[in-house]
Write a protein that binds this ligand. Structure first.
Ligand SMILES: *Cc1c(COP(=O)(O)O)cnc(C)c1O
Length: 392
């Protein structure tokens, strides 16, 4: 602190340096650029000879803290943080693929990712071939000379189906493909795809990682050589996470484990309740023994996650009446929030798919997705029960 400076000047110039002020909680580094002692230090920083921040589009202490935590949790070598989950998804493809390349994926993926595959990437002649999640025997025949990358979500959105990570990583290694896993539904607390052989893991940090529906964010972590390419692409094109969001999300990570424990407890109890209710046609939750891939869930996840899907008897009209009768739970597009959220995918998140495409991934008109929150489970069940009773 410079005593000679005016109050106004001190308020600007008295900057906090986390390593000297010894804050208990990480300070927020809201700065677009960083300064240097002298021209030589600046030259060395720009040449990449010393590890110094240059500009927050490239790196920032807050985003670095967030990325370092995710890397540690996922067992990844390196990573890069993005403004949203979709920025992470798109930048990862844009960085690693070139015109003429081909992707293999399943149709049961997040709606906007589907749009990127079908509408955006084709502009640069990058094509996507869809395989049936449940028919892995058919996957080998779709691999072509130009196939570079395989992209999956597990558990899938909104069907809560699973991909066997050990099998799929063996498949991608055999065919020399980059395996990218969207681990948004499980979070690194419940599942670490890199330990099963994935090359890259993507998160929408907007969901369970933030956990309170406040900020958007995304992150890609994994193999150093691939992250180097993603970093080179991103530092020049600018999809980076804001330091403020990184600060919020880094704090959120401190409570991820305790929040996920409760999300999973509540979700399992809701799934059990739904399974015993005669108004429900079917229930899907990875840790219900009735889930067709329960055994895979046990192998690769430590709990079932916070999302339950079910089919309500009476089809589309009944489904709409059910949503109209919901009182406490929220009708919104998000998931992974402390508040329980009920959605009807076929009329909202997956409305852009054609009827035929929806059928292929079992997004039937009666499908309801519940992102189970952190309210008391009895209150969640009371709300769902009364909506079921009033919508008959
Ligand atoms: C929400 C979501 C995304 C996209 O993330 P945004 O932060 O909304 O851009 C990607 N994948 C899955 C599985 C998601 O749920």
């Amino acid at each position: 602190m410079n005593e000679d400076q005016r109050f106004e000047t001190q308020a600007i110039r008295q900057q906090i340096d986390g390593t000297h002020a010894q804050e208990h909680s990480t300070p927020l580094y809201l700065t677009s650029s960083f300064t240097y002692e002298n021209s030589e230090e600046m030259r060395a920083a720009f040449a990449g000879e010393i590890d110094k921040n240059i500009y927050s589009r490239f790196s920032n202490p807050n985003t670095q803290e967030f990325v370092d935590k995710i890397c540690a949790m996922e067992g990844a070598e390196a990573g890069y943080a993005f403004a949203s989950g979709m920025a992470a998804v798109f930048s990862t493809f844009a960085a690693l693929l070139a015109a003429g390349d081909n992707i293999i994926s399943c149709r049961s993926i997040f709606g906007s990712t589907h749009t990127v595959f079908n509408k955006i990437l084709p502009k640069w002649n990058i094509t996507t071939t869809y395989v049936d999640l449940k028919d892995t025997d058919s996957w080998q025949e779709v691999v072509k000379e130009n196939t570079k990358l395989l992209y999956v979500e597990t558990p899938t959105n909104p069907g809560v189906d699973l991909v066997d990570l050990s099998w799929v990583s063996e498949f991608t290694k055999k065919n020399d493909l980059i395996l990218v896993v969207d681990n948004c539904f499980a979070t690194p607390y419940l599942q670490q795809p890199i330990k099963f052989g994935a090359d890259l893991v993507i998160h929408s940090a907007t969901k369970f990682i933030d956990g309170q529906g406040r900020v958007l964010g995304g992150v890609t972590v994994g193999r150093q050589d691939l992250i180097d390419e993603i970093y080179a692409f991103s530092r020049s094109t600018g999809p980076s996470m804001s330091p403020f969001n990184a600060w919020v999300l880094s704090k959120s990570l401190e409570t991820l484990a305790v929040r996920m424990d409760r999300h999973c407890d509540n979700a399992l109890k809701l799934a059990q309740f739904l399974e015993s209710n005669d108004q429900i046609a079917w229930v899907k939750y990875p840790f219900l023994p009735s889930h067709p891939q329960h055994e895979i869930a046990n192998r690769q996840m430590s709990a079932g996650g916070g999302v339950v899907s079910f089919g309500i008897k009476g089809g589309l009209e009944r489904g709409k009446r059910f949503l109209d009768e919901i009182k406490m739970c929220s009708l919104t597009a998000n998931l992974g929030d402390s508040r329980t959220i009920v959605t009807h995918p076929s009329s909202t998140t997956h409305a852009k798919l054609t009827e035929g495409e929806r059928q292929k991934v079992d997004i039937t008109p009666e499908l309801i997705r519940v992102s189970v929150g952190l309210e008391h489970i009895d209150d969640i069940i009371v709300d769902i029960q009364q909506a079921l009773n009033h919508s008959i």
